[in-house]
Design a protein. Structure first.
Length: 213
């Protein structure tokens, strides 16, 4: 629940892209089982079942006809909730949530244990998308700054996310110093989760050896 997972895909919201995203999430979260929330895009259900499901076979019945094909069943430990927004004249009138995988009781327990949010929502993803658009010209709509090749936008996003998490201090993450001066200690997101103990310099960032997996 507390593991930091960063994964993204670029393109239309198709089933293949949903599967690609869930594959990257699982690869980065090791053996952990994340708590998923999303909007009502139906592709996520199939992608989660494909990536996290366990193949289950049916016993032979002895009757004539073709046997049932094996299906993938999601573990009861996995929790996935969807958010549905009711709009009227372009404005949100009501928001409802429902559990797709897992019970309402398990959803409530997961939210109670979560250090991030106490409600089912997609505001964190929407805020992250807005931050990316505000600080990354290649994601601006209807401009001349867009990338013409997918490899270039992936490379540029990787550089930006590295800068955002390792180099740039965030005012909302600063903490008080025990000593009087300076009063505050600036922190980056990677400092907040204990991955590093100081804001990186650009030299550290560009010379860091990366272990690919």
């Amino acid at each position: 629940m507390n593991k930091v997972v960063v994964a993204f895909t670029i393109g239309k919201r198709t089933l293949s892209k949903a599967k690609e995203l869930l594959h990257e999430v699982r690869k980065r979260s090791s053996n952990a089982t994340p708590y998923f929330t999303s909007d009502e895009l139906e592709h996520y259900i199939a992608a989660i079942r494909e990536e996290y499901g366990v193949e289950t076979t049916f016993p032979k019945t002895g009757k004539r006809g073709r046997p049932k094909k094996p299906i993938k069943v999601v573990s009861p430990e996995l929790i996935y909730s969807q958010v549905h927004k009711y709009r009227e004249n372009g404005k949100i009138q009501k928001i409802e949530t429902h559990a797709v995988f897992g019970t309402d009781a398990r959803v409530e327990h997961a939210l109670h244990e979560s250090p991030i949010s106490n409600s089912v929502n997609i505001s964190l993803v929407e805020r992250n998308n807005l931050t990316l658009r505000q600080q990354n010209g290649r994601l601006h709509r209807k401009t001349l700054q867009f990338s013409k090749e997918k490899e270039l936008i992936y490379a540029q996003l990787s550089l930006f996310l590295g800068y955002y998490h390792f180099i740039r201090p965030h005012q909302g993450l600063r903490v008080r110093n025990d000593a009087r001066k300076p009063k505050w200690r600036d922190r980056t997101p990677m400092m907040a989760v204990g991955i590093t103990d100081h804001p990186w310099t650009f030299r550290e960032f560009f010379t860091c050896k990366v272990n690919l997996y």
